[in-house]
Write a protein that binds this ligand. Sequence first.
Ligand code: PEP
Length: 249
Amino acid sequence: MRRPVIAGNWKMYKTLAETRAFFQAFLPLVAGTKHCDIVVAPPYTALTAAAESTRGSGVAIAAQDLHWAVEGAFTGEISARMIAEAGCRGVVVGHSERRQYFGETDESVLRKTRAALEAGLQPIVCVGETLVEREGNLAESVLKRQFEDGLAALTPPEFSRILLAYEPVWAIGTGRTATPEQAAEAHGHLRAMAAARFGPEQASSLRILYGGSVKPENIRGLMAQAEIDGALVGGASLDPKSFAAIVNY
Ligand code: PEP
């Protein structure tokens, strides 16, 4: 039985004051929540405040990206060790907005995933096809490339520590959600790839989250699919009531 995970990705939203106000409103709404892991990924500047606000609550904090080096002359970048020190337990890697706007590649995803694992962080590795790729019947082959080039080189113990997020690019921030069946089908392909590379046992314990316009209104339908182990939520994670409604689906 895979434990569900509901994760929020705040992208470039929320100041320190807004972060503290969010958790003040959010934590009481999930104080009794036992059925899933809860993760929130604020911007870098709010990580420490978020970690302090959630201490003892069971809500885990994650960063939204990292650099693969331990340290060095990489102006503007943040290492896994810095993220862990800020109080994070995880980090999002390979989000489609990083791939689309900041030149993230499958190769850099692999390097970042390894760096996160080395620092004791849980990577939430994002994969997903664009609309043009889906319409060209290329969704499965894109996922295969992202999996093979971005993850297949991990060792089995490394792979056992990651979370995978299927985020079709056409559904992110567009209000257009994949149907539960479309998402479950893609998750099934990813799980089959994991089984082929790491064996059936590891594949069956891999948690795969769906991301793309998840809202309080559609989370139940998505979570009813056996293949869907949780959600990575962007826009709807910014409001404490809406994110709590998703967590408490
Ligand atoms: C995301 O940022 O990972 C995401 C899925 O965004 P949204 O929920 O807003 O589509």
